[in-house]
Design a protein around this ligand. Structure first.
Ligand SMILES: Cc1ncc(COP(=O)(O)O)c(C=O)c1O
Length: 423
């Protein structure tokens, strides 16, 4: 550069430092375009949006007002019908009066009230286990436990059809993630045997898989996991309260609960409120309260919620008659739908979920709407939440559905199925 001429005076340099037009922003939403288009096309056909239904009033665990009409609820996972239990409601109201609307704090700071301890005691009694830790949701329970216990150098071996919260827990941690084919014991064993000697291993399973309502062969899977030196976590979100002699889930039913290291569950299904938990007999389990980020770095459940959960869990310990009735409902609906010619997710009723397989999304949405017009609410499920790209109408039964309601539901399915051309 020649002496005496500053850079700014040189026409070439001055030109290049002038701010140019800002580059066009990449629209971070463009990745959703295919989904936006699919949704637009579906709704353009005039079908009601299956993913924005409003429950205008809820009258009971089995009936709500939707679009101004009385609607039977068959897609709420409210398996034991505890949402309107008078003792549960009374406990929630009392806790609101005694403790206020919320804790405004983490469990490890100001967010542990007497009610949080009480619900953990109820869980320990329910499962007959030494430790119970309550999270703000079941989603957070899976996130927290999985990403905290399986760290760098460890391996997580999990069923490919695992719930999103399990996959997200894997993503949040540093462990190697090794999926295996749904409910395939041999595939699971093969993967376990390939893991380097000495590495930590966590096998993650579910009692009931909520898309098709099928159960896992837990007894055999837990045995194989243990023989291969793995710890085992079982998510019993869809079986707690209902399956097993004491409602502890599929592991209890198949006689392998003692070999399960961690049971994950939720309050948002059989318990009838919101929240999640992990129970365990591991002697060092309590350290999780200090190291598990989704437990530490979030506010604890409101006092009214833990109060309702504690009463509900204690009542579920005496729920044998309700469990028997729920099985009856499940068998009746399964048999009835099969007889009508629907294709179901399982050959036999294995849980309180009965999945009706639809030929495609369009006819699934049309069937969903036809049922709603009949006065029946079920869940429409589609990929990626569903396995093998299926569109499903998922029915979840409640112990409070009367035999007459189940017969009414069958009549609605038959009329809707014929109208849409599925049966
Ligand atoms: C298998 C399974 N695990 C965990 C959860 C999360 O439970 P929550 O609703 O309490 O977040 C669900 C909820 O659908 C589930 O199906």
């Amino acid at each position: 550069m020649s002496e005496g001429i500053s850079q700014a005076d040189r026409p070439d340099v001055a030109e290049s430092t002038k701010p140019g037009p800002a580059p066009a922003a990449t629209d971070l939403f463009s990745k959703f375009d295919p989904l936006i288009e699919q949704r637009r096309a579906l709704l353009a056909g005039g079908v009601e949006d299956p993913f924005s239904l409003v429950m205008e009033r809820v009258l009971s665990p089995t009936v709500a007002i939707c679009n101004g009409r009385e609607t039977i609820l068959l897609g709420t996972y409210n398996y034991m019908g505890m949402t309107f239990d008078p003792d549960v409601i009374a406990a929630g109201k009392q806790a609101l009066d005694d403790y206020g609307a919320g804790t405004t704090g983490s469990r490890v700071l100001n967010g542990t009230y007497a009610g949080h301890r009480a619900v953990e005691e109820a869980l320990k009694d329910f499962y007959a286990m030494d430790h119970a830790m309550v999270f703000s949701t079941g989603y957070q329970a899976n996130l927290g436990i999985i990403c905290t216990i399986a760290g760098k150098g460890d391996y997580i071996v999990l069923d490919i059809d695992s719930h999103a919260s399990i996959w997200d827990g894997c993503k949040m941690g540093d462990a190697e993630v090794v999926p295996f084919k749904h409910n395939d014991i041999e595939a699971m064993e093969k993967r376990l045997k390939r893991i380097p000697a000495g590495a930590g291993k966590l096998v993650v399973l579910e009692g009931v898989y909520s898309m098709l309502g099928d159960i896992a062969p837990l007894k055999e899977m837990v045995r194989v996991a243990k023989e291969n030196g793995a710890m085992v976590l079982v998510d019993e979100a869809h079986s707690m309260g209902f399956i097993g002699p004491n409602g502890r889930g599929v592991a209890e039913d198949q006689g392998c609960l003692d070999d399960v290291d961690f049971v994950i569950g939720t309050f948002s299904k059989s318990v009838g409120t919101v929240g999640g938990f992990c129970v365990s007999n591991h002697p060092k389990f309590e350290i999780m309260r200090l190291v598990c980020r989704p437990y530490v770095f979030t506010a604890s459940l409101p006092p009214s919620v833990v109060a309702t959960a504690a009463v509900s869990i204690r009542k579920l310990m005496h729920g044998a008659a309700k469990r028997a009735h729920l099985w009856e409902n499940s068998r009746t609906l399964h048999q009835g739908l099969r007889d009508q010619g629907f294709t179901l997710g399982t050959d036999t009723p294995q849980s309180a979920i009965i999945a009706v397989i639809m030929p495609d999304l369009e006819r699934g949405a049309a069937m969903w709407e036809a049922l709603l017009h009949e006065g029946l609410y079920v869940n429409l499920a589609r990929p990626p939440a569903t396995p093998a790209g299926m569109t499903l109408l998922r029915c979840s039964l409640c112990a409070e559905h009367s035999p007459a309601q189940v017969q009414t539901v069958l009549g609605m399915f038959e009329r809707a199925g014929k109208a849409v051309g599925i049966i």
